[in-house]
Design a binder for this molecule. Sequence first.
Ligand code: PRP
Ligand code: ZN
Length: 225
Amino acid sequence: MQNDKLRIAIQKSGRLSEKCLALLCRSGIQFDIRKDRLFYKARNQPVELMLVRDDDIPEYVRDGVCHLGIVGLNELAEKIGVSENHDAAPVSIVRRLGFGYCRLALAWPKQRPFEGMQSFANTKIATSYPNILSRFLREEGITAQPVEISGSVEVAPTIGVADAICDLVSTGATLQTNGLQEVRTLLESEAVLVRPKKLFTVEQDKFIRKILARIYGVLKAQTSK
Ligand code: PRP
Ligand code: ZN
């Protein structure tokens, strides 16, 4: 990790990107964002922004590749098993951010009868969240096979790749369009600010606290509006 710059990782493109950029911008960190670049140096602060796939952010933060990250709880839970702070976790959730609300849910084709959780027995379930799903199935005592798919999970039942899906739901429009009904929530998610558990130098830590104080200021102003 570089000593002189504070590195912040956010999602390159997706549901959190715009709001992350807006939050940092309102916190007084200015970037000139152009397309297809990974790193952006702030114009006015010793801060470097990393625009990456949200799926990669938990590991980058855990490994100390960046000092701060903004990511959905869903990705954090999937990639490193953290949903709330606990002592052994390699990543700390600094703060919930109050945007990017969605849920990870099981959905079942509307045209097939659904008789409760036992309907999932011996089925294939398409998902981009195989770890969370496998754990859930184990806890519920259901024998089913997660089928890992990285995108467009909602079409899996139609094309015959799986019987059901486990995917993120926000407005529910995607499920609706694909003839699926939501039957069970596995995880409630929102964007969270995270940092590595490992300690930084005194100087770095001081600067991180300064940036965090500004971010908190923006969040406070937003909620008191
Ligand atoms: C999620 C999910 C659905 C959609 C659901 O994808 O995979 O496609 O959002 O939202 P809705 O209920 O409002 O229709 P997302 O946009 O997060 O992309 P990603 O899975 O590639 O990160
Ligand atoms: Zn993603």
